[in-house]
Design a binder for this molecule. Structure first.
Ligand code: OOG
Ligand code: NI
Length: 461
């Protein structure tokens, strides 16, 4: 039998092989990431593994996919459910972007600490919003919905195997093999010719709308390795002549602990795609939709920590607006140094980030009773704090990634009221609850505190 986490690890690895064949520059990115990680490990030793073992980090990927209808999304949820991945978080990219990205998103990922440690594969999954009148008028919406209703992204055999794997939390070897084959194939780029006129109609609204609703299949949009030093990776990719977007998104590179998520990417590459022209002939065309992204992960922050992050981003935005030509990265570094605690201990004490706690193994047994309260236990050396890794995404970075890689601005009619899509609506579409990421981090933190409390009370007897 192949268990869920083994299916997840195998799926991630096979998807990576497939994507490397389709987008060779991705393989370069993975190679350079691996070299950077090895160098960081050599230079920093055990400290480099503070936010995940080198085994986890080397295998770690996130993918991105995009689908068109609630029904398709519910099917995606069954496939990832088979792999022990659950929908976490609601991201509204219609609001996060300066121009048109007509999607709402969630991320499928493992939620349990042990499962994340085994293989943390996650997939950022976006759903087109045809009911949003800012992007689609009634006529285009109707045409789009008819087109989407007539396609099948996932064969019934794949979905049946997925349901079995989810219910039984494993599959027999031969079924696992078949499931993995069908699942990876479902995300390959289809050779079927693209209807050029229909694609162009949607492209006028948004290149993302065309990528999703302009074709009769879906595909992996990008696959992202994790790197331990993203600034170094950026330099090495640029040295190889690969054209990167001009920034690293997310928090700045500063002297304090790494928080949340930093990401950068290389620009989408033109890929050959067969096109069917209005008179029915098939020609060789090219589309730029798929790109390479890389990320560095930091510590998960609490709602207070997140509010601070958003406030500081705003502050940097305002400074940049006032002083054209400002070095944004340098400005962000200064702002952070002023407002963000520079040690893990202080982040924990101020309730800005999440940690798990464990009883210190090396504290001398001097017969004293432990104090109460996490902060005091920590200060007196009774317990140690280990940071929780941020396992999720950032809407503003996501919108930036979407945009910096698409040609064409698209259009959005801001006179119209946007359609209401929210987390509850998405849960309904999925037929499963969209989980709150903060609740997941907090649960992990609280469990460790309860454990510590039990252990110390026993010790004292
Ligand atoms: C998803 C963009 C978001 C990220 O890492 O923030 C994303 C997409 O392009 O479909 O993957
Ligand atoms: Ni991504």
């Amino acid at each position: 039998m192949i268990s869920q986490w083994q299916l997840r690890a195998a799926f991630a690895a096979r998807l990576s092989d497939m994507y490397g064949r389709e987008v060779p520059a991705y393989t370069t990115l993975v190679d350079v990431s691996r070299q950077v990680n090895e160098d960081v490990l050599r230079a920093r030793g055990a400290d480099a593994e503070r936010l995940g073992s080198v085994g986890r980090v080397t295998a770690e990927r996130h993918g991105a996919i995009r689908v068109g209808t609630p029904g398709e999304l519910a099917q995606v949820a069954r496939i990832f459910g088979a792999l022990g991945m659950h929908p976490v978080g609601f991201y509204d990219l219609r609001e996060a972007a300066a121009s048109a990205v007509p999607v709402v998103s969630t991320a499928f990922r493992p939620v349990d600490g042990a499962e994340l440690a085994r293989n943390p594969f996650r997939v950022f999954t976006s759903l087109l919003t045809p009911a949003d009148p800012r992007f689609f008028d009634a006529d285009l919406r109707a045409r789009l919905e008819t087109f989407l209703a007539g396609r099948e992204l996932f064969p019934p055999e794949l979905l049946a195997l997925a349901d079995r794997a989810e219910a039984e939390r494993a599959l027999p070897d031969a079924d696992a093999e078949r499931f993995l084959h069908l699942a990876v194939s479902a995300f390959e780029l289809s050779p079927e010719p693209v209807d050029q006129a229909w694609y162009a109609t949607l492209e006028r609204v948004s290149a993302v709308a065309a990528d999703i609703g302009g074709v009769r299949s879906t595909h992996i949009n990008h696959l992202t390795p994790r790197v331990l030093d993203i600034d170094e990776l950026y330099r090495r990719m640029a040295d190889r002549g690969i054209e990167m977007i001009d920034t690293i998104q997310g928090p700045p590179n500063w002297q304090g602990p790494d928080l949340l998520l930093r990401q950068t990417s290389f620009r989408a590459l033109a890929e050959p795609r067969a096109m069917r022209t209005p008179d029915g002939t098939v020609t060789n065309g090219a589309l730029r939709v798929r790109f390479g992204e890389v990320e560095a992960r930091g510590i998960a922050v609490t709602p207070d920590g997140r509010a601070l992050y958003d406030r500081l981003l705003d502050l940097v935005d305002r400074q940049a607006a006032r002083h054209p030509g400002l070095d944004r990265a340098a400005c962000a570094r200064t702002v952070w140094a002023e407002h963000v605690p520079a040690t893990e201990q202080e982040l924990a004490a101020q309730g800005l980030a999440y940690f798990t706690y464990r009883v210190a193994a090396d504290r001398p047994r001097d017969g004293r009773r432990p104090p109460t309260g996490v902060a005091e236990l920590l200060r007196q050396g009774w317990i140690r704090a280990d940071p929780l890794v941020y396992e999720d995404f950032l809407p503003r970075s996501a919108a930036g990634i979407f945009q910096s890689n698409l040609s064409g601005e698209g259009s959005r009619n801001n006179e119209q009221e946007g359609a209401a899509y929210d987390s509850a609506w998405l849960s309904g579409a999925l037929g499963r609850d969209v989980l709150d990421p903060y609740a997941l981090y907090e649960r992990q933190q609280n469990r460790s505190i309860a454990h510590v409390a039990r252990e110390l009370a026993l010790d004292g007897e």
